[in-house]
Design a protein around this ligand. Sequence first.
Ligand SMILES: [Ca+2]
Ligand SMILES: [Ca+2]
Length: 214
Amino acid sequence: MQTYQNVKARCGPQQMSGTHGGRFSLSDRLKRLFRCRKGITVIEFAIAAPVVFATVAGVLELALVMFVMTLSEGALREASRFSITGFTPPGMTREERILEILCDHTIGLVDMTEATVTYKVYPSFNDIGKPEPFTDNAPANGTYDAGEAFQDINGNGQWDPDMGAAGLGGPGEIVLYTIEFDWALMTPLVSPLMGTDGKMTMTSSVAVKNEPFS
Ligand SMILES: [Ca+2]
Ligand SMILES: [Ca+2]
């Protein structure tokens, strides 16, 4: 254990008498410097502290990001659970009620005025995110080209790489709910690893089947 007496014994006046008539040569000074451990803890802390603080900040930042993602996913499930009933509350639309639920269940951490919430209707769960079917023959290159025949699943008069139709769907239909928003990262040291320009885009989706409401 490093005690004051030990330090004094190693670095004290009795060690300060040099071999050159009381004056220290450079080698004497270097030997004393390497022998002396007084203040070494402060130096070690000064070196390690930035790394420790950055690590702690990164862990807290990551924990907060995961917390917000979990919140937004839970909020989206709650909103879709309301919407599958087809119920329209008095004095507001279903879309307005959905935004209200999302706002409540993200406890104010997500700015709903900046978030993008979308609803898409699909023929089945297997069709989610898939393109509208087309006849690949002009030319046969694996992609849709203008003039090729296609099935206009979402009824908008054009071929789409995602066949989903906008809306909350009718009875028994499959609906995909998605929320997307930018989360402002707080630690400059971590933000380059997790996002761009100090922000991280978060996206959550939930697919449900509407009840046979009337
Ligand atoms: Ca083609
Ligand atoms: Ca279309």
